[in-house]
Design a protein around this ligand. Structure first.
Ligand code: AHM
Ligand code: MG
Length: 336
C-alpha cells in the first residue's frame, strides 16, 4: 500500500481532531498548543544554526555580518512570548528568563482563559557543546475573571491545577511532547514538511526501569537520606534488579525524555548549601511532574511530598525533584 493513504496526524490536525471528542470545547487550548508548536519550529531553526553563526555571543555584541547577536535563550523567550501574545488563548506568561510575569494588555488576551509558564531554553549551557536542550511549558486556567489583566495569583497555582504541560526537545530529532489529563502525546518534527507529526501516541512511563539520572559530582553534598538510595542504585540487588545504569546529560528535558521512553528515575536533590536544589517549581518541576504523572509515573519532592501538591509562594522558587517510573520512586520513598 502506498504511503499516500496512510493517515499521519500533524500536531494541528491532532489537536483539532481531539476537539470532536470534547463537548463544548472552544478550541482555545488547541490554538495555544499550535502557537507553541510554531514558536518551537522557529527556535529549532536557530538551535540548529548555533554552531554556524556566532549566536552564542553575549547580549548586545555583533556578529560578522554586523547584526546584533541575541543569546538563544533570549531569542527563545521572545519567540514564545510573541506567539502567545499575538494568539487568542493566553492572558499572560511567566518565564524563567524574566523577573516577573507579563500580563498581555489587549482586548483578546484579556478575554483569554489560560496563562502559561515557560522555561524557554532549559539546559542552555549545553548549546555550545551540541548537546540536547529543551523548552518546558505549563498551562493553567487563570483565576482572575476574563476581561481583567492577568495577576500573579493566576500563575502561583499548585501543579495539580495544570490543564496541560509539555516540552520540546531539540535533539537528534526535534520533538514536542504534551500532556493533558487525557494522555501524553509525542510529535516528531518532520523537516521535509516542517510539521510536528504524531509519532509517540499515548506515551506511558514504564512501570519500572534500570536507569538512574543524577549529578554524581554532588554526591557528598546531597541530603543524607538520598545518598543511601544512590548507593542502592549501584548495588546488585535482587529485589530491584540492580545495579542500575547511570545516565546524566545535565539537560532535564533530555534526561526525562529518555527515562520516559526507557524507564528510569531522574533526581535533582537538595544539597547542604542549597536545600531546595536548583530546579524551579513553576518552570521546570511542575510541568514535568504533570507529564510524568499523566504518563503513570510519580514525581516527588524531598520528603515524598507530591510535586503537584506544592502551593507555590513565589514565581522563581526551587524544589528538590525526583521523578520517574512508579516502582523506582516507590523504592526511593522508603529511603526518604
Ligand atoms: P538552567 O535552567 O540554568 O538551564 O538549568 C537547569 C538544568 C537542567 O536542565 C538540568 O537538569 C540541570 O540544570 C543540571 O544541573 P547540574 O549541572 O547542576 O547537574
Ligand atoms: Mg531551566
Amino acid at each position: 500500500m502506498s504511503n499516500v493513504n496512510r493517515k499521519v496526524f500533524t500536531l494541528d490536525e491532532f489537536t483539532i481532531q481531539q476537539l470532536r471528542n470534547i463537548p463544548n470545547a472552544t478550541g482555545e487550548l488547541s490554538a495555544l498548543l499550535r502557537d507553541i508548536g510554531l514558536a518551537a519550529k522557529r527556535v529549532n531553526v536557530e538551535v540548529n544554526k548555533a554552531g554556524l553563526v556566532d549566536i552564542l555571543g553575549d547580549l548586545g555584541t555583533t556578529n560578522v555580518q554586523g547584526e546584533e547577536v541575541k543569546k538563544l535563550d533570549v531569542f527563545a523567550n521572545e519567540q514564545f512570548m510573541g506567539v502567545l501574545q499575538h494568539g487568542v488563548s493566553c492572558a499572560g506568561i511567566a518565564s524563567e528568563e524574566m523577573d516577573t510575569f507579563i500580563p498581555f494588555d489587549d482586548v483578546i488576551s484579556r478575554e483569554s482563559k489560560y496563562v502559561c509558564s515557560f522555561d524557554p531554553l532549559d539546559g542552555s549551557s549545553n548549546i555550545d557543546v551540541n548537546v540536547s536542550i529543551g523548552t518546558i511549558f505549563g498551562v493553567y486556567w487563570r483565576k482572575t475573571k476574563s476581561g481583567q489583566l492577568a495577576e500573579e495569583q493566576d500563575f502561583l497555582q499548585a501543579g495539580t491545577n495544570l490543564v496541560a504541560a509539555g516540552y520540546i526537545i531539540y535533539g537528534s530529532s526535534t520533538m514536542l511532547v504534551y500532556a493533558t489529563r487525557r494522555g501524553v502525546q509525542g510529535f516528531t518534527l518532520d523537516p521535509s514538511i516542517g510539521e510536528f507529526t504524531l509519532s509517540h501516541p499515548d506515551m506511558k512511563f514504564p512501570e519500572t526501569g534500570k536507569i538512574y539520572s543524577v549529578n554524581h559530582g554532588n554526591y557528598y553534598e546531597y541530603d543524607e537520606k538520598v545518598q543511601p538510595y544512590i548507593e542502592n542504585c549501584q548495588r546488585k540487588n535482587k529485589s530491584n534488579g540492580g545495579p542500575y545504569t547511570q545516565r546524566y546529560i545535565g539537560s532535564m528535558v533530555a534526561d526525562l525524555h529518555r527515562n520516559l521512553i526507557k524507564g528510569g528515575i531522574f533526581m535533582y536533590p537538595g544539597t547542604k548549601e542549597k536545600p531546595e536544589g536548583k530546579l524551579r517549581l513553576m518552570y521546570e518541576c511542575n510541568p514535568f511532574a504533570f507529564i510524568v504523572t499523566v504518563a503513570g509515573g510519580i514525581a516527588i519532592s524531598k520528603k515524598g511530598q507530591r510535586i503537584l501538591d506544592i502551593e507555590p509562594k513565589s514565581l522563581h522558587e526551587r524544589t528538590p525533584f525526583f521523578g520517574g517510573s512508579k516502582a523506582m520512586i516507590e523504592e526511593l520513598e522508603t529511603y526518604l
